[in-house]
Design a protein around this ligand. Structure first.
Ligand code: 5GP
Length: 240
């Protein structure tokens, strides 16, 4: 049976950004667990690997020179100097392959990167995740510990700058309760799939045929017949 509505097979590209301590890592982890058809893009970075991080899992860790070579080669969908003057960037080819396979791809990138991707691929879904309040951010930073005052200051400055960029996003999710935030992100992705602009084709069968079949209880036959064939057909219909 041919389906009435045929939608684009291509996967959705979803950018998730957020202020410091918004918990976007936990939200993304849960969304990926719930949705096996989704992939997370792994970025390149020139920053040093931290304790507990893994090559090819958290990032592809490369040198500044290697990163600059990737920029020159046009290997990146977007890139930015996000923090501490270090480069972060999204590999282009892998994402294209995943989207063509129909997989949804999440990019966890900053506001500068989100802006660049939206310009190139306007159908990208931009989601911004925030902590419920500035005092909650303060509490979460303290609880994390292990950072110098300079690094904490840098986090706050970036947070204030990024909050000004929220109007450029399509959706905002407050991460007060992890499960609720996950539900919201998943609902956004599902509703984006139902957008009318994802329709590729609407197929409706020939109206006359459908009506005929309803009224006569038999298939519509528009082939040209000889008189004898038509009479035989009549007879057959009567005996059935
Ligand atoms: P970190 O990993 O140092 O804690 O934070 C990295 C920051 O860079 C986060 O805000 C993250 O969203 C952002 N980021 C990670 N990967 C990329 C990327 O490929 N491109 C851009 N523009 N930002 C990224």
């Amino acid at each position: 049976m041919k389906q009435m509505i045929k939608t684009k097979k291509r996967g959705s590209l979803i950018i998730i950004s957020g202020t410091t301590c918004a918990g976007k890592g936990s939200v993304i982890k849960k969304v990926l667990e719930d949705n096996p058809n989704m992939s997370l893009s792994i970025s390149y970075t020139s920053r040093k690997m931290r304790k507990g991080e893994e090559e090819g899992v958290d990032y592809y860790f490369i040198t500044r020179e290697e990163f600059e070579q990737k920029i020159k080669n046009g290997d990146l969908l977007e890139y930015a100097k996000v923090r501490y003057g270090e480069y972060f960037g999204t590999p282009k080819d892998k994402i294209e392959d995943l989207l063509n396979e129909g997989r949804d791809v999440i990019l966890e990138i900053d506001v500068q990167g989100a802006k660049q991707v939206k310009e190139i691929l306007p159908e990208t879904i931009l989601i911004f995740i925030v902590a419920p309040s500035m005092s909650e951010i303060k509490r979460r930073i303290k609880a994390r510990g292990a950072e110098t005052n300079e690094q904490i200051l840098d986090r706050f400055e970036t947070a204030y700058r990024e909050i000004n960029e929220i109007p450029k996003y399509n959706y905002i999710v407050v991460n007060d309760e992890l499960d609720e935030a996950v539900k919201k992100v998943e609902a956004i992705i599902i509703s984006e799939k139902c957008r009318v602009d994802r329709i590729e084709e609407i197929y409706v069968e020939n109206k006359e045929e459908i009506i005929h079949e309803f009224l006569m209880g038999k298939e519509y036959d528009n082939s040209v017949k000889t008189i004898d064939e038509a009479l035989n057909q009549e007879k057959e219909d009567h005996t059935n």
